[in-house]
Design a protein around this ligand. Structure first.
Ligand SMILES: Nc1nc2c(c(=O)[nH]1)N[C@H]1C(S)=C(S)[C@@H](COP(=O)(O)O)O[C@H]1N2
Ligand SMILES: [Mo]
Length: 325
């Protein structure tokens, strides 16, 4: 039996070592040193990552959500912030970092509406304060067969949705991203019928692993990663994780999605990471880890539901995942 002794003074969140700092340090220094520095309470002094322009530091505690931590090596911040898909800023991977400087993320308004008892109109500070911020290390797996491992900051989307008091008739959740032609140069292109839309079934949206993302690497979200607030759905392909959210709407019918409208044969509503169901243009069996696997390195195997099968598999019991891809 473990006897827990209450600490003499509560540990403030600034003294809690973020999980990524812990993992990085472990990779750098080895177990013994880490144990020692943890005992000494040295905190997050490691200059592992420089901060990104326009971001502020964001304190978070390691998440208690099971399965939230992938033990893979973290993708360096430099790669997380320079290799992005965010078509509102252009179609090349470098575009979001290069072409997002005019985009304004504060002040920001996020609405939660539709089939709810209590519609919400929230400023960014309201969103940041709605629930304790957690750090969660998730793999982000793009349908283009690359992946990253990112220490996100946020909390379960369910906490926000619960606050709005969903009605019994709500079955799906629709997500809408910002689409400002003045500050988002990619919106001039017609590849996507703007604004970018995504959707989840209500049970998927309420699953504790579904994260309302507010930061990464201990700082607020860089613009290229979907500032100031985005979705992160770790068992689905990256495109389900809509960035720069302005509206979350609870609805009765399955909502349209941007990629579903652009290419219905290629992008299904579910888009669960599934190594057995290929995209017409990319095999989904393997993936290349950005910043780690060179172009000629052997790609790693993609895991069912991106490694979260134990946590989310039950939601799809009896569903033909070839048909509902
Ligand atoms: N609004 C919006 N959200 C978006 C996208 C986009 O183009 N626009 N791209 C998606 C895709 S395809 C991926 S892989 C992830 C990439 O997130 P990251 O750049 O933070 O890794 O964002 C997703 N969310
Ligand atoms: Mo993607």
């Amino acid at each position: 039996m473990i006897i827990r002794i209450a600490p003499e003074h509560p540990v403030s969140s600034s003294e809690v070592t973020p999980e990524w700092a812990y993992l990085n340090r472990r990779q750098w220094l080895g177990h013994t040193t880490v144990a020692a520095s943890a005992v000494l309470g040295l905190g997050t002094t490691l200059p592992a990552q420089a901060s990104t322009p326009g971001t502020r530091s964001l304190k978070a505690s390691p998440s208690a959500v099971p399965g939230a931590m992938a033990m893979d090596k973290l993708t360096p911040l430099k790669d997380v912030t320079s290799y992005n898909n965010f078509y509102e800023f252009g179609m090349d991977k470098e575009d979001p970092a290069k072409r997002s400087s005019a985009f304004v993320t504060e002040p920001w308004t996020l609405r939660v509406e539709g089939l709810v008892g209590k519609p919400l109109t929230l400023g960014l500070d309201d969103v940041l304060r709605l629930a304790p911020l957690e750090e969660r290390i998730y793999r982000m797996r793009c349908v283009e067969a690359w992946s990253m491992v990112i220490p996100w900051v946020g909390y379960s989307l369910s906490k926000l949705i619960e606050r709005a008091q969903p009605l019994g008739s709500a079955k799906f959740v629709a997500f809408e991203s910002a689409a400002d032609p003045k500050t988002m140069p990619g919106v001039a292109s017609s590849v996507i019928d703007w604004p970018y839309l995504e959707g989840l079934r209500l049970d998927e949206a309420m699953h504790p692993l579904t994260l309302l993302g507010l930061g990464l690497y201990g700082q607020t979200l860089p613009k290229q990663n979907g500032a100031p607030v985005r979705l992160v759905v770790p068992w689905k392909y990256g495109f389900k994780s809509a960035k720069s959210l302005v509206r979350i709407r609870l609805v009765e019918q399955q909502p349209p999605t941007a990629w579903g409208r652009a290419a219905p044969k290629e992008y299904g509503f579910y888009s669960n990471v599934n190594p057995e169901v290929d995209h017409p243009r990319w095999s989904q069996a393997k993936e290349r880890r950005i910043g780690e696997d060179g172009l000629f390195a052997k790609p790693r195997k993609t895991l069912m539901f991106n490694g979260y099968a134990n946590e989310v598999g039950q939601m799809y019991a009896g569903l033909d995942l070839r048909r509902f891809y």
